[in-house]
Design a protein around this ligand. Structure first.
Ligand code: ADP
Ligand code: MG
Ligand code: MG
Ligand code: K
Length: 337
């Protein structure tokens, strides 16, 4: 069962990923049920899609029948929650599927929640001794009570430019690059629109490299690929609207950096209790210093997305990759029984 769409700002990305996955699942001879979550949070059981969805209106027209979420419960069915961002990738759907006692693809509640929350991820990486850029966590109530103290804290430990991000988001939504105190204030207000937990980070001038991870207890990683940026900030438009992203797979980086990136990715995945899949993203400075930025427990999954392309470079084709992560979901469920 493909669960896609979702309430988050990454709704459209989910639809694109779902379409590619659907092709692979059908190709692998699985019987597929589609369940679409509209932006307003309603759930629909829909017919199979045969055409590439252009936008949300196509999905709405798919004359799906509205259902109660718990109506998805069925035997001998594994759920593939192709949902990105809050209410999908953050442990909420995973907890719901645990409650329904249905097997599902990808990380469990803990990994999803910790991977989604940038502050939690930072805390765990710190414990694991994995390098990351300096940061200041900011909680909305604390900010409201004493904004001056927050400014001083940020300016005391970081230098401009800084990046301000909602803790619980993805696809660069709500993120700003700020150059001074006024912009920092505006960035915080913008980020607080999405979450009451925000992170202010040291901005760095760096390359962005990514490692794909696959597995439950037995964790495999790929060579890193690079997002070759034309703009300094890889924002939502660059990612999905303008399609200005170029990928270099494998990344042209020294062998020791490759090895280190794969090692950090694996360690971070294990400490977060990762399962199934994740994409681990890094910053690499021009002096070859490596900082782990984040783990995405349900990375973009179209045929042209970094995650499947990284595996293709290791010799695993898209359809086989989808099959493998479905098997990992089933294994995890059976082992926990
Ligand atoms: P998301 O989960 O939304 O992808 P990221 O932390 O990956 O959030 O930030 C999105 C993008 O913003 C990154 O891919 C990068 O281009 C830019 N960015 C984020 N943090 C920094 C930083 N500290 N320094 C420089 N660029 C950053
Ligand atoms: Mg992310
Ligand atoms: Mg990112
Ligand atoms: K994340």
């Amino acid at each position: 069962m493909l669960l896609y769409g979702g309430k988050s700002a990454e709704h459209e990305v989910s639809i694109l990923s779902a379409f590619s996955i659907l092709q692979a699942i059908s190709y692998n001879f699985y019987e597929v049920q589609l369940v679409f979550i509209a932006k307003d949070g309603r759930w629909y059981k829909g017919p199979l899609l045969t055409e590439k969805p252009v936008d949300d209106s196509v999905m709405q027209l798919a004359d799906g029948q509205e259902i109660a979420p718990c109506a998805i419960k069925s035997e001998n069915t594994i759920v593939f929650p192709v949902l990105h961002g809050p209410n999908g990738e953050d442990g909420t759907i995973q907890g719901f599927l645990e409650t329904l006692d249905m097997p599902y693809v990808g990380g469990g509640v803990l990994a999803s929640a910790c991977g989604m929350d940038k502050i939690m991820t930072k805390h765990l990486l710190q414990v694991a001794g994995i390098p990351q850029v300096p940061y200041v966590p900011v909680i909305r109530n604390v900010w409201r009570e004493n904004p001056k103290q927050i400014f001083e804290q940020c300016e005391g430990s970081l230098i401009y430019p800084m990046f301000v991000k909602p803790a619980n988001m993805g696809s660069s939504v709500g993120i700003s690059k700020v150059e001074n105190r006024e912009e920092l204030q505006n960035g915080l207000l913008e980020a607080f629109r999405y979450d009451q937990r925000v992170i202010v980070e040291q901005g760095i001038d760096a390359r962005e490299i990514e490692v794909a991870i696959l597995g439950n207890e037995d964790v495999r990683t790929t060579f890193a690929g690079e997002i070759v940026k034309e703009e300094a900030f890889y924002d939502y438009n660059a990612k999905y609207v303008d399609n200005t992203i170029k990928m270099q797979i494998p990344a042209e980086i020294p062998e020791e950096v490759q090895t280190k990136a794969r090692d950090y990715a694996k360690r971070a995945y294990m400490i977060l209790d990762g399962a199934g899949l994740s994409r681990c993203d890094f910053f690499l400075t021009h002096k070859n210093e490596l900082f782990l930025n984040e783990l995405n427990t349900m990375p973009g999954f179209t045929e042209f997305s970094m995650y499947p392309l990284l595996w293709e470079n290791m010799g695993i084709q898209y359809n086989d990759l989808v099959e493998e992560i479905i098997q990992l979901g089933l294994n995890r469920y059976n082992q926990r029984k």
